[in-house]
Design a protein around this ligand. Structure first.
Ligand SMILES: Nc1ncnc2c1ncn2[C@@H]1O[C@H](COP(=O)(O)OP(=O)(O)OP(=O)(O)O)[C@@H](O)[C@H]1O
Length: 811
């Protein structure tokens, strides 16, 4: 059964200026311009209480479908104190940086794990939705520090991929704009001149408001796919390989977005915008996991009286309000118990967002509010909508596709026909057993044998039947080389020794491994050992084991030392063996197929005699991982509280010095500071507890590792020779008592550090970039960000200039 989870809601309060009317480049971070009897916040319980000193402005009609206030006799609505509770309350000075860590990063991780994820911002015009999602307007040269969640997500995704070592994942981006109930592709220009023209044409029509609307401008069509839900036909989804490419496309899309100036916002978005990251992982077994992360910036609800909109802007407002009203209806239907009919198809917005609302998605909404008396009615409206949204349930599931994507049935049919053609061709040309499919275990054994033969016998030729066969051979050779490198610190490709070699046909018994690549010799560092504390028992035990191997390490040899296995004779060694070597016959390290055997033995041990220990280790690993996650979450929360404390202290200092005027907000900053400090202390205490538990769990995990390894050792020693002997009654010299260590096993918890949070909470830690491992990395990212902005602006001006010259675009 698929577990359902509800939509999460954060509420972000934008800082207000004195009159709360103008938002023009508002640098006022004073906080909230509402007395606490009208609006009070509790950031510990994440509750917000709103009251109204006088009847709310209105005409007696409900302000929005979700705001059904009782109406007074004169037709105006009145409001008694109402308390709302959300998943998180984010008052100023919450930065986009801390918000990213709390909101977007977990969604990125879930999307990379195969779940769809959506982050959407909702709220009245000017409340900070675009500032949150996309940062300051694209091309405005807005500061890097303020960059929005989407730009942070670009960097965040590639950092996560690097951290999780997910090299083969495909990342694409798309950007849809819903403008006046039509869909447009904001990456249209990426498809060449023609498509660039489409966007330009549309912009021309939108920007030149005196022009009649040109109905010939192409728009995108929406259709419903049975397997993947609503899809936009013809939408461009360019592949991105790195942050730079992602940022370039992000800025391009935002430069193409429709904006206009009105009373409440001098760069008001006139459209809904959905920027999507699409991920595809193809596994070797043909399984495809696809997922996406949508970042949605909704256009803001507007009161025409307040925005004083006219003409084109008024028309846009009507469309915006109408589509938001449909959105509310969908949310109301979803939140109601019966959920019989959900009117998704009433508007393009709800249809596109179908999956994100009540669908297969982890969804987070950031409700943006403008805490000023002038906007109290809309604040309440937003909070009510947000409350409804919290009641909507989604069913996130991994999007696994075993048979391919759209049109896969047709493609599979074609593949089948082509295969039949191919086999027919092979039969008539007298070729048999040509490998076109994934090889079986028997095929693989055959491939390995031919590789050994090829290596051992200079005259042997490698027979290749098909392209697939070639790929399989190359992959197997690479695997052998890598395994040789991992285990022995030297690249050694070995076949199973023959009996006479095992028995010591030659004096001295052992034979040198074949083909040691000097490139890989030395530097034999076990990654897991690096992760263990040097004083830990497990570390010492492993070191000891390795020491045994190192002590008997076979002398390095060059490729020319290759033994002539085909004749069964060992050519004379080029270097005289050392006395130690003569005294102790060298033990061959576990390499190549030996490693495979050991791994197989270890695996069977874990399933049989070592099952209990192996399961205990799995549990211990999981506990370490979970604890580590808690530490990271707590660190994020502490940093957030720290930001708040610093801000409130700065505010109090300003008041003492008679500096900037005190905010009319009556809620005592000292009281707020006290609460923030308390929250900070509580979280710090939890962090410290968590850290000691983490250390304990790490220790426990190491003990489990050690227990499992020594149990495996004893098991190997106690096993009767026949049981462990090689294929046809041969005894391997590496078995039984000579065994020195379990094959390499991932004992770690997939992370490369010791659990210390990446950004430790510190007194003056304003580190803006969670991912920047070094100041240099942060600088590099900033340069990339600034460059992408400049380039987008230049491209945009060039296009404008060309159109102006041709007289087509009169701005
Ligand atoms: N948290 C914040 N910190 C600093 N400035 C902010 C914040 N939120 C919003 N602003 C400022 O307020 C102004 C309006 O914000 P923004 O354009 O993001 O609003 P919006 O909700 O997207 O409005 P619309 O729906 O009209 O597009 C901008 O100048 C922005 O810089």
């Amino acid at each position: 059964m698929v577990a359902s989870s509800r939509i999460k809601v954060f509420v972000r309060l934008r800082p207000t200026n004195e009159d709360g009317k103008s938002s023009k480049q508002n640098n006022n971070t004073e906080g909230i311009d509402l007395p606490p009897n009208l609006l009070s916040l509790d950031t510990i319980s994440n509750t917000i209480t709103v009251s109204s000193p006088h009847p709310l402005r209105g005409t007696g009609r409900s302000i929005s479908p979700v705001l059904d206030q009782p109406t007074s006799n004169n037709g105006n609505s009145t409001l008694s104190p109402t308390t709302f509770q959300f998943d998180r309350l984010l008052p100023p000075p919450t930065t986009n940086s801390s918000l990213f860590q709390l909101s977007t990063l977990p969604l990125i991780r879930s999307a990379l794990a195969g779940y769809n994820a959506t982050l959407l911002t909702y709220g009245q015009t000017g409340a900070g939705k675009t500032f949150t999602t996309f940062g300051p307007p694209a091309g405005s040269g807005g500061s890097y520090k303020d960059r929005g969640l989407c730009a942070r997500a670009v960097a965040g995704i590639f950092n996560e991929l690097k951290k999780q070592d997910k090299g083969g994942i495909e990342v694409r981006v798309s950007c849809i704009e819903i403008y006046n109930e039509s869909l447009f592709d904001l990456l249209g220009f990426a498809g060449g001149e023609d498509s660039q023209r489409e966007v330009d044409d549309r912009r021309y029509n939108k920007t030149n408001r005196d022009q009649p609307n040109n109905t010939t401008v192409p728009t995108l069509a929406l259709f419903e796919s049975a397997s993947s839900g609503p899809q936009v036909r013809g939408l461009r989804m360019p592949l991105i390989q790195n942050s730079e490419e992602g940022l370039n496309l992000l800025f391009e899309s935002q430069m193409n977005r429709a904006i206009a100036e009105h009373q409440l916002n001098d760069a008001s978005s006139r459209s809904h915008c959905i920027f999507t990251f699409h991920f595809v992982v193809r596994s070797e077994g043909g399984k495809i996991i696809s997922s996406k992360l949508n970042i949605v910036d909704l256009a803001g609800s507007e009161r025409l009286a307040k925005t004083e909109a006219a003409g084109q802007v008024q028309r846009e407002s009507n469309f915006i309000n109408k589509s938001l009203s449909f959105l509310e209806q969908v949310v109301i239907a979803l939140a109601s118990k019966s959920r019989d009919h959900i009117p998704y198809r009433q508007s393009k917005l709800t249809h596109v967002l179908k999956d994100s609302l009540g669908g297969n998605c982890n969804t987070l909404m950031i409700a943006c509010i403008w805490p000023h008396l002038n906007h109290l009615d809309q604040t309440v409206s937003t909070l009510k909508f947000a409350t409804r949204m919290q009641m909507v349930k989604n069913k996130p599931t991994v999007n696994e596709n075993k048979g391919g994507g759209v049109g896969s049935a047709k493609l599979l049919r074609q593949i089948k026909q082509l295969k039949e053609e191919l086999s027919f061709h092979d039969v008539i040309s007298g070729r048999a057993n040509v490998m076109y499919e994934q090889p079986t275990a028997q095929d693989m054994q055959h491939v390995r044998d031919s590789i050994f033969k090829f290596i051992e016998d200079e005259d042997a030729e490698m027979e290749v039947h098909s392209l697939t066969h070639t790929r399989v051979i190359m992959a197997e050779m690479r695997r052998m080389i890598i395994e040789g490198k991992e285990v022995g610190g030297a690249t050694t490709i070995m076949r199973t020794p023959r009996r006479e070699e095992v028995d010591g046909g030659e004096e001295g018994g052992g034979r040198e491994p074949v083909g040691i690549n000097p490139l890989f010799s030395g530097g034999n560092v076990n990654v897991e050992e690096k992760m263990l504390s040097p004083t830990s028992d497990a570390y010492i035990a492993r070191k000891k084991m390795r020491g045994v191997e190192e002590g008997v390490e076979t002398p390095r040899s060059s490729v020319s030392d290759t033994n002539d296995y085909s004749t069964g004779q060992t050519p004379p060694p080029k270097r005289a063996p050392s006395p130690a070597q003569i005294a102790t016959p060298p033990i061959k390290p576990y390499v190549g197929s030996d490693v495979m055997e050991k791994k197989a033995e270890f695996e069977s041990f874990k399933l049989g005699a070592g099952k209990a220990r192996s399961e205990a280790l799995d549990r211990a690993k999981l506990q370490v991982k979970e604890k580590k996650r808690s530490i990271k979450e707590l660190t994020g929360e502490i940093n957030y509280q720290k930001d708040r404390i610093d801000f409130l202290m700065a505010q109090l200092r300003g008041n003492e010095g008679g500096g900037s005027p005190t905010s009319p907000r009556a809620e005592d900053p000292t009281k707020q500071l006290k609460a923030a400090k308390k929250a900070y202390r509580v979280k710090m205490e939890s962090l410290s507890e968590c850290k000691s538990e983490y250390k304990f769990l790490q220790h426990q995990r190491e003990q489990c590792v050690q227990g499992l390894v020594s149990a495996f050792d004893s098991w190997m020693k106690m096993r009767p020779v026949e049981e462990v002997g090689g294929g046809e009654g041969e005894e391997s010299p590496k078995r039984g008592g000579d065994r020195t260590r379990a094959p390499d096993e991932d004992y770690g918890d997939d992370d490369d550090d010791d659990g210390t949070p990446q950004r430790e909470p510190q007194a003056r830690d304003y580190g803006d970039e969670f991912y920047s491992e070094s100041p240099r990395a942060g600088r590099k990212e900033q340069e990339m960000y600034d460059k992408a902005q400049i380039q987008a602006r230049e491209r945009f001006s060039e296009r404008n200039a060309t159109l102006k010259k041709s007289g087509e675009w009169k701005l």
